[in-house]
Design a protein around this ligand. Structure first.
Ligand SMILES: *Cc1c(COP(=O)(O)O)cnc(C)c1O
Length: 489
């Protein structure tokens, strides 16, 4: 299968590329991104065949259906990273929380958030490709908290890849910061920036577009790549768990094969939801994909009114910070799939230029045939955490946003799969506040208090963080990032 560009071709780049080049050099013509030129049609037979397959067997079959140019042995090695999840046999448990509602837990990997689902196998693929081509890559990332730890964890000690990860000093939780600054490997550099996430991100963007920086990297025989959520190498691993979750419901006798479900996704950059969309297009029986947001409800407005409007908006800090996003990067792939390259280019350029665009009524109708959306305030989310905890289920604030969307749009009788994107350990002060009323608790105290309330242990990889050595001490001004990164290389 080949990959094509969401904004069409500029006549300078190749108009079709292989999977491996799409993931090593993810930027395409006119600032677009790569998408598969077609999707395999799996049909109900694929589901039937894999009803009792293990997660890895299902994953291998799905990747094979994409016919990507990655050696079978590398795919196997990549999928073996799921063996390090809590339960190697079932890396994604699906838990029934009431008659109509099932939670697919995507956070049982090493960094306790769903970024591991894609970044764990992606790290293997990227490093192996770099080795095969005898190339060296620098991956630069700016993180507000979950991507950084997951990227560092997956590339740690892998050959031909180095990672420089920027985070806003003081802008992440204790656990998230410790997950990064305790990572000790010669190919990893973690840099705290004086400023907030936007400062870190814009400093990164500036650096990535600097010709001077590119020339210096070239001198060091190093290429730049990106592990951000528009990289199709991540998306492909995010299709698998949607199919797995559906099959789990069939195995649990909650569904008959062929019955439709709602996929209910807490969304930021729309990678998780895009994986569900592709699964649906490949034949998964989905009634609607429900998009849950927090108060940064730009996706809600997009799906409810066809208007993507950033003009009156600034990012609002919420208790679900991984969804504090206004420019949701994978929306572009939906635009392309529904409306084609020409229209996608037009809409995306309009967004860049005017900070807004409006879909036509027919376009909106097409969008709403697939998606519904709603948003959830911090207070509503807190009530969900409280009330569901009383009924026996402990969840994080991102997962909590999904229940409002379900209430707004799910019809009785059709089951909903809610995607849980983080373990309680990653956002413990918010959860402790919901459960006990305690305020402004530090992570360690909050973890202990939730562990006590819920009678559940703190996982070792989290509790151990507080005793580890700090290996990454850099906290610098954003103007010094380039010097710091070049010194690291
Ligand atoms: C990244 C993240 C999200 C958002 O996922 P997208 O694929 O960017 O929509 C939601 N919740 C958590 C905890 C995350 O880390």
């Amino acid at each position: 299968m080949n990959f094509i560009e969401t904004r069409g071709n500029d006549g300078q780049q190749a108009s079709e590329v292989s999977f491996s080049s799409a993931i090593l050099s993810p930027m395409s013509s006119f600032g677009g991104v790569y998408v598969p030129d077609s999707l395999p049609d799996l049909g109900i037979t694929f589901l039937q065949t894999h009803l009792n397959s293990s997660y890895k067997t299902l994953a291998k079959a799905l990747l094979n259906a994409f016919e990507i140019d990655i050696d079978s042995a590398v795919i196997d090695e990549a999928l073996n990273t799921y063996d390090a999840f809590d339960d190697a046999k079932n890396p994604v448990p699906v838990v029934k929380v009431d008659n109509d509602t099932f939670v697919s837990e995507l956070y049982h990997g090493p960094t306790r958030a769903f970024k591991d689902m894609a970044l764990q196998p992606f790290g293997v693929v990227l490093s192996r490709l770099a080795q095969q081509r005898n190339e060296h890559y620098l991956i630069m990332a700016a993180t507000s908290g979950d991507t950084g730890p997951a990227a560092l964890e997956t590339f740690k000690n892998r050959a031909n890849v180095k990672v420089a990860c920027l985070y806003p000093n003081g802008g992440t939780s204790d656990v998230q910061r410790l997950q990064m600054v305790t990572e000790d490997a010669p190919n990893l550099k973690v840099i705290g920036i004086h400023g907030d996430f936007d400062d870190a991100q814009s400093a990164l963007k500036q650096l990535l577009s600097s010709e001077k920086f590119a020339a210096k990297l070239k001198q060091k025989n190093t290429r730049l790549s990106a592990a951000n959520s528009v990289n199709f190498g991540r998306i492909i691993f995010q299709i698998i768990y949607h199919i797995h979750s559906y099959l789990e419901l069939v195995r649990q006798h909650a569904l008959k094969l062929g019955d439709k479900v709602y996929l209910d996704v807490p969304s930021g950059n729309f990678g998780n939801a895009l994986g569900g969309y592709y699964a649906m297009k490949m034949g998964l029986p989905v009634e609607k994909i429900l998009i849950a947001s927090n108060s940064n409800n730009v996706l809600t407005e997009w799906i409810q009114a066809g208007r993507y409007d950033l003009r009156e908006r600034a990012v609002i800090g919420t208790t679900s910070p991984a969804m504090d996003i206004l420019k949701s990067s994978n929306v572009e792939r939906i635009l392309f799939d529904l409306f084609g390259a020409e229209r996608t280019k037009e809409l995306m350029l309009q967004l860049d230029r005017d900070n807004h665009y409006q879909l036509s009524p027919t376009e909106l109708e097409k969008l709403q045939a697939i998606f519904n959306a709603d948003f959830c305030s911090d207070n509503e989310g807190k009530e969900v955490i409280q009330s569901r905890f009383k009924r026996g289920y402990l969840m994080d604030p991102h997962t909590a946003t999904c229940f409002k969307t379900q209430q707004s749009y799910a019809k009785k009788g059709i089951k909903t799969i809610i995607y849980s994107t983080a373990e309680w350990t990653k956002f413990s002060p918010t959860i402790a506040n919901a459960l006990t009323g305690e305020k402004d608790t530090h992570d360690l105290d909050a973890l202990k208090s939730i562990s006590h309330e819920a009678n559940t242990p703190i996982p070792a990889m989290i509790s151990e963080l507080f005793d580890k050595n700090i290996a990454q001490e850099s906290v610098i001004d954003k103007n010094n990032i380039e010097t710091e990164v070049l010194a690291f290389l």
